[in-house]
Design a protein around this ligand. Structure first.
Ligand SMILES: [Mn+2]
Length: 298
C-alpha cells in the first residue's frame, strides 16, 4: 500500500503512482490510498478515473483499513510525519513501513520505519521515486499517465523548475520526458479554476507590506480548504517585486492556519515553528513544506 499526505497534491499522488508501477512490475498487489482528494487534485483524479486500469487502484481510508495486514508493506511518500499521513491508523497495523520524502526532518517523524529514503535537497518525492525507477535493478516501464504525474509532481514542487532544482532534478525530468509527456495536459491538471483565482486575487489585494519586503494577508472566510487557498495566495504574493517572504492566515473552521513562503534570506519554516511552539497559532499541517536553504514554506 502506498500512502501520501493529507490533502494529497500532485507530488504525493505522482510519486505514489510511480511506486505503484514499481510494485506491479514485481507482480505485487498494490493500492494507492487517497481519501481527502485535495482541492488542487480534482482535474487529475478525473483523468485517472477515466482509465480502466486505475479503477481499483485508488482506495479510500475504509478500504485501506479493510485490506491492511501485518504482512502489508506500507510505503509513505512525500511526508515522514506520523500525524500528516493520509490515514495515521494504518501506521499501527503493520511494521513494514518505508518512507520516501524530501521535507526537512520534523520532530513528528515515523519512528519505526524499516527503510527511509529521506533527501532534503531533492526537489520532490517524485524526483526521488523517478530515481528509484530509473536506477533500480528491475526494468520498469511507466505508463504515460504515471510518467506525466511524476513530471507534474516535480514541476509543481519546483514551481516550474525554478526552486530547489539540482542536477538530479533535471536528470529525472529528462528520463520522464522520454515517455513523451503532454505538457499542456499536465498543466491543465493543476490550473486553478476561476473562482479560487478571484479569491486569491482578493487576498493579495488586502496584503500589508512590512519592511518593504514581507507581505502579510488573511483569508477571512471559514473554509475547510483555507490551507490550500492560503498556500496559493502566499505563492502569489512572492510574485510582487521586492517581496521576499509572505504569510497568509486562514480560517479552517475549527482552527487557524498560516502559510508562509520565502524566496530570500528569511526562513519562514523557522518562524512558523516558533509560532507553533508558542501555540499562538495552530499552523495547518496540510501545507507544511520545508527545506534547508531558507526557502521553507509551511
Ligand atoms: Mn512534495
Amino acid at each position: 500500500m502506498i500512502m501520501g499526505h493529507l490533502n494529497g497534491d500532485i507530488d504525493s499522488i505522482g510519486s505514489s503512482l510511480g511506486l505503484y508501477r514499481f510494485a506491479k512490475t514485481l507482480n505485487k498487489d498494490a493500492y494507492v490510498i487517497n481519501t481527502t482528494k485535495g482541492l488542487a487534485l480534482g482535474n487529475f483524479i478525473d483523468a485517472l478515473e477515466k482509465q480502466e486500469q486505475y479503477k481499483d487502484v485508488i482506495i479510500d481510508k475504509n478500504e485501506a483499513l479493510g485490506k491492511v495486514s501485518p504482512d502489508t508493506l506500507l510505503i509513505v511518500t512525500d511526508t515522514h510525519k506520523k500525524n500528516y499521513v493520509e490515514v495515521p491508523e494504518l501506521l499501527e497495523e503493520t511494521e513494514n513501513i518505508v518512507i520516501i520524502d524530501h521535507h526537512r526532518k520534523s520532530a513528528d517523524y515515523i519512528e519505526n520505519a524499516i527503510l527511509t529514503f529521506h533527501e532534503a535537497y531533492a526537489s520532490s518525492a517524485s524526483e526521488l521515486v523517478t530515481e528509484i525507477i530509473e536506477y533500480g535493478t528491475n526494468d520498469i516501464v511507466l505508463e504515460q499517465l504515471e510518467a506525466e504525474s511524476l513530471y507534474a509532481g516535480i514541476m509543481v514542487d519546483t514551481k516550474n523548475f525554478t526552486f530547489k532544482t539540482g542536477v538530479r532534478t533535471f536528470e529525472a525530468a529528462a528520463y520522464l520526458r522520454k515517455y513523451g509527456i503532454d505538457i499542456i495536459r499536465v498543466k491543465k491538471w493543476f490550473q486553478s479554476d476561476l473562482n479560487s483565482y478571484n479569491v486569491i486575487a482578493d487576498i493579495v489585494k488586502k496584503a500589508e507590506i512590512i519592511n518593504d519586503s514581507i507581505g502579510i494577508s488573511e483569508y477571512e472566510e471559514k473554509d475547510k480548504n483555507a490551507n490550500l487557498i492560503c498556500a496559493k495566495a502566499a505563492d502569489e504574493l512572492l510574485t510582487i517585486s521586492n517581496i521576499t517572504a509572505s504569510f497568509v492566515m486562514g480560517n479552517l473552521g475549527d482552527k487557524i492556519c498560516i502559510s508562509g513562503r520565502s524566496i530570500g534570506d528569511i526562513n519562514v519554516q523557522v518562524i512558523l515553528e516558533k509560532l507553533r511552539r508558542r501555540r499562538t497559532y495552530y499552523t495547518c499541517r496540510s501545507t507544511t513544506r520545508g527545506n534547508d536553504n531558507g526557502r521553507g514554506k509551511t
